[in-house]
Design a protein around this ligand. Sequence first.
Ligand code: ADE
Length: 300
Amino acid sequence: MTHAMRIDVITLFPEILRGGLDCSILKRAQKKGLVHVHLHQLRDYALDKHRTVDDRPFGGGPGMLLKCEPLFRAYEAVKAMGSDTAEPGAGVDVGTSAEAAAETPVDSVEGEGVTATGTVKASEPTPTPTPVTRTILFSAGGKLFNQAMAREWSKVDRLIFICGHYEGVDERVREALADEEISIGNYVLTNGALPALVVIDAVVRLIPNAVGNAESTESESFSFDPADGGGGSDGEGGESSGHIVEWPQYTRPEDFRGSVVPRVLLDGNHAEIARWRRAQAAERTRRNRSDLLPPAPPVA
Ligand code: ADE
């Protein structure tokens, strides 16, 4: 049995994620028990009567920052929930409040642990290995997310996502809680909920059995093995001038409004098809994603 991953998202906007999690492959992966996603409303961890989560920056300047206290409280409560993902019928639950967390006997939850295969064994006397957990803080100034990160994170037991908002978060959150600070692109979003959904999508589809045909996560953009004649880089810098992005694909009809499928794809010569595809993908990579190619050697 493959192990179930647990993903926790701490956010002010769980509803942004909920729709995406309830569709297609993400929905199916949760139904199959491959992943359990838990959404946590940050505001539930603010204890004052206005449920304040933000404040002005020391030293002045525009905007508001997410405060330490609710974020640390949320993080610590979520972390203590352990990797016990067995929740009948539910992949997503929202709104584990600070009060509810306070009522939970933290030790007993944490103590249950999860075996390497993901089976919860409450009565097991031997210590279970600590689940491998990565905590990601989303912000526009973080490292750029890429396919190599998605692959790496698809293998951990647990991901905890902290979604930023306003002008950012108090630096102590970054220092004390986050293993990585991640941006999904060179543009500024209003908050980290969409980045969290993007990363969940990229990670979950790489969990074994999440996508029907295993091949379809291998023969795709950013995933070519350089040894395979491509220049696949997994986002870490290409190794050759081969292909990185996908080649053009066609399905029926052969002729659509006068635009016809290239002859080579219809003739059944598989060596020719493979050659054509490589050349097309290399050309498309040069045209669209030259940033992924290694620098050209200096001219002698
Ligand atoms: N928060 C705001 N903009 C973001 C971005 N591009 N990536 C991740 N988090 C963000």
